[in-house]
Design a protein. Sequence first.
Length: 139
Amino acid sequence: MHAVAALNTIMGRWGLKASSEWNISGEPCSGFASDATDWDHQRNINPFIKCVCSYDNNTVCHITRLRLHELNVIGHIPSELQNLTYLVDLDMNYNYLTGAIPSFIGKFTGMLYLYDLYIKFYIHVPWIGRVLSYLSFIV
């Protein structure tokens, strides 16, 4: 599934609309998503994505950061998230997600930050050892 389709499905499942800064019908890695806009200082843009466009000699971009912060989302982490395979930073902080942490999170070997305060997950996460050396799981 293409990154745009994955993002649109995730947003739709949670009843959210993409930020007006996103190009949700074409190349999402444009505008704020790919320029030098500082992710940490743009809290007013939420949801927010950031891309790295240095793949294949600077011809390919991938979504590397996804912020879905404090959107009062209720539910589970959707399986479509696994299609954003280049994520290194996932901020779902201050939402109300429940259920098991999906095992596909363990496949995000480049993941550095996973923000999940107020998530109520089941304790059993057998795959977490594969990524603990890389992951800063902020609870």
